[in-house]
Design a protein around this ligand. Structure first.
Ligand SMILES: NC(=O)c1ccc[n+]([C@@H]2O[C@H](COP(=O)([O-])OP(=O)(O)OC[C@H]3O[C@@H](n4cnc5c(N)ncnc54)[C@H](OP(=O)(O)O)[C@@H]3O)[C@@H](O)[C@H]2O)c1
Length: 303
């Protein structure tokens, strides 16, 4: 098995480098602007298969542009199962650059009739971890999120049994760091009594800023906060304000302002915009060079 990776310098150059770095778990430096892989296989949680060659080209270009943090899951797949994010990542990027951090998540799994369902059974987690090891072609996963809720935290449910199972696999050496997704502050506090949590991935963007309690808890503990749907996931009720900032002051697109806002909103946020197109990738990575003014931030603050 490879030794745990401890990296303190990177050779990558590109716009994503302008987003500055965050030290995940104290030993994995990543640019704060990364990449979400869900849209490579289908343009949503599921859907018609996207072209795999384009997906590979997007991944390779992302790394050229300085992306060193890719967010994925073994359940990111087209509806017909022919294109999966993990297979594309492996095909495009393996053997992986030393600086690349691949984060994956476990919790949901496909039923025999092809439906994606959340499991609460701790015993179901090991096969999910093994599937990620195999499909990504690694013997250790850099960061694994326990994805708990379906888009929203399931309030009041203990996650101890599942998190203990992942913590045991971390002790075994097949996982480097653990994270949580779709959780509230109680889940975060409970998990931290079991093992260190290095990242939380929750639903958050300029048009949905209500998860401030978890963000604040992450800031206080130096935990990365990784908003999913950083561009609104296709439904952005801050679109008018983003467009105003984009047009009036920055000659930028609304997507770029949404990403610049996420990076400005806290020193612990890591953006992982998802796209299956080269044009949107280039546009999104250029967001790292935008500095918002105090007036922009006032306009984009939650009302
Ligand atoms: N933990 C969880 O429960 C959870 C849930 C959802 C997502 N995630 C993770 O978070 C990542 C980011 O979320 P996401 O990809 O769903 O949503 P997103 O980044 O908010 O938005 C992606 C959508 O916006 C489009 N898009 C991308 N760049 C654009 C641009 N510059 N201009 C206009 N449209 C653009 C994409 O279409 P094109 O592909 O055509 O560009 C896609 O439809 C995912 O890839 C996944 O890794 C996690």
């Amino acid at each position: 098995m490879d030794p745990p990776r401890r990296r303190h310098h990177r050779l990558n150059k590109g716009p994503a480098m302008s987003s500055h770095t965050f030290l995940l778990g104290g030993d994995l430096p990543v640019n704060r602007l990364g990449f979400g892989a869900m849209r490579l296989s289908a343009n949503g949680f599921t859907g018609p298969a996207r072209d795999p060659e384009t997906g590979c080209a997007v991944l390779r270009r992302a790394v050229e542009l300085g992306v060193d943090h890719i967010d994925t899951a073994s359940f990111y797949a087209s509806a017909d199962g022919t294109v999966t994010a993990n297979a594309l990542i492996r095909e495009a990027l393996h053997p992986y650059p030393e600086s690349l951090v691949i984060a994956t998540k476990v919790g949901p799994g496909y039923t025999d009739d092809g439906k994606l369902e959340q499991t609460t059974d701790p015993a179901a987690l090991r096969p999910m971890i093994e599937a990620n090891l195999e499909t990504l072609g690694v013997d250790r996963l850099d960061l694994v999120y326990l994805r708990v809720g379906q888009m929203q935290p399931p309030h009041g449910e203990s996650i101890a049994a599942q998190f203990e199972t992942l913590a045991a696999m971390r002790d075994e050496g097949i996982i480097t760091h653990l994270g949580l997704s779709n959780v509230d502050t109680e889940h975060l506090a409970e998990a931290r009594t079991i093992a260190p949590v290095v990242a939380v991935q929750n639903h958050f963007h300029a048009g949905k800023q209500d998860d401030t309690a978890v963000l604040k808890a992450c800031e206080e503990a130096g935990i990365a906060f990784v908003p999913f749907f950083p561009l609104g996931g296709g439904a952005d009720n801050a679109a008018d304000r983003l467009a105003e900032v984009a047009a009036r002051r920055h000659d930028a697109t609304t997507a770029q302002i949404a990403l610049a806002w996420l990076l400005a909103s806290s020193p612990v946020t890591l953006a992982i915009p998802g796209t299956g197109t080269l044009a949107h990738l280039e546009e999104n990575m250029a967001a790292a060079t935008i500095t918002l003014t105090p007036a922009d931030l006032d306009l984009l603050a939650s009302t």
